[in-house]
Write a protein that binds this ligand. Structure first.
Ligand SMILES: [Zn+2]
Length: 320
């Protein structure tokens, strides 16, 4: 009697175990099937199917918005896209414009595409017009896309002593002036005699400068050498034209020891060469060895070390 009971109990336990195993396998399989269906809906699965590797997918997810990645799953694998997103100054807000630019000018190298688009050079001068943000202080940007209003006058203009400028009534912003005096003293110790040649210029004055050029050489040529009113850095009070007492023309200053000295040392005082040679396509201006812009020591040092223009710096670090 006892034996039969025990046998029955054993049987029941076995049945329970069997049911348990059966159910577990069933649940496990269902979960797996479900997971698989869900995975196939993911961008990762779809991108792998197009030909991107897992590493490349990580990169896309790191550099681009999900909404943009959603658009990739219906296209072929794009190797140029993978190249451009790895560029140092890549900005995801410009992704569509980089690709459009590349489509138009296939042979432009990726770093240049980044630099040109970041600085709006995929648009025509004066047609993509932005009121510049004057709250940026010494980092405010003025170029052929960013302009000052007609009534903009910097608040802290100070008069320049005729020790640093031949003539009266020339003004610059105070922070530039202090930095310039420090720089002047350092240069003087090395027998370099710097002299300012152009300082703060008000809107109406720039209007006359531009109009004079326009009358004599036409607007296309005038645009190459002079800014239109509102688009000149001289209106910021943060830019000066510098010569040395020995070299006082725009044609010979670049051959002077003063220019070489400035190239090597000006950043230590917060100044940058604003329109360097070979950067005309980015700055919109032919090289001007004499035009120096105050941006502060930290930014000037970065620009000096990384050999970029202020326009590129602004797009990447300030406007971001
Ligand atoms: Zn200038």
């Amino acid at each position: 009697m006892k034996k039969t009971k025990l046998k029955l109990k054993k049987k029941t336990i076995m049945i329970f175990i069997a049911i348990f195993i059966f159910l577990s396998i069933g649940i496990y399989a269902s979960v797996k099937i479900y997971q698989n269906i869900q995975y196939k809906k993911t961008n990762e699965y779809k991108l792998l199917n197009i030909g991107y590797t897992l590493e490349e997918i990580d990169l896309l997810e790191d550099k681009l918005d999900n909404e943009y990645i959603d658009t990739l799953i219906n296209k072929e694998k794009d190797d140029y896209l993978l190249t451009i997103i790895q560029e140092k100054y890549f900005l995801k807000r410009n992704i569509t414009r980089y690709l459009e630019y590349h489509e138009k000018y296939e042979n432009t190298n990726p770093s240049l595409v980044i630099a040109l688009v970041n600085t709006n050079n995929d648009y025509k001068y004066y047609e993509h017009d932005i009121d510049t943000d004057t709250s940026k202080e010494e980092l405010l940007l003025v170029n052929k896309y960013y302009h000052l209003t007609e009534d903009y006058v910097p608040e802290d203009l100070v008069k320049v002593s005729n020790k640093y400028y031949y003539g009266e009534n020339h003004q610059v912003r105070e922070k530039l002036y202090n930095a310039f005096i420090n720089m002047w003293n350092a240069a003087y110790k090395e027998d370099i005699y710097l002299i300012m040649n152009s300082t703060y210029r008000e809107y109406s004055e720039q209007l006359n400068v531009y109009k004079d050029y326009e009358r004599s050489i036409g607007s296309i040529e005038a645009d190459k050498i002079a800014a239109r009113a509102g688009y000149s850095e001289h209106q910021t009070g943060l830019a000066i034209d510098v010569f040395s007492t020995k070299y006082t023309t725009t044609s010979n200053f670049k051959d002077s020891d003063a220019y070489l000295w400035l190239k090597k040392n000006a950043y230590k005082y917060g100044f940058i060469e604003r329109y360097p040679e070979d950067k005309e396509n980015i700055t919109g201006f032919q090289a001007e060895a004499w035009h120096w812009r105050y941006v502060g020591v930290e930014v000037a040092t970065y620009i000096q070390e990384n050999k970029i223009t202020f326009d590129e710096y602004y797009a990447y670090f300030i406007e971001k």
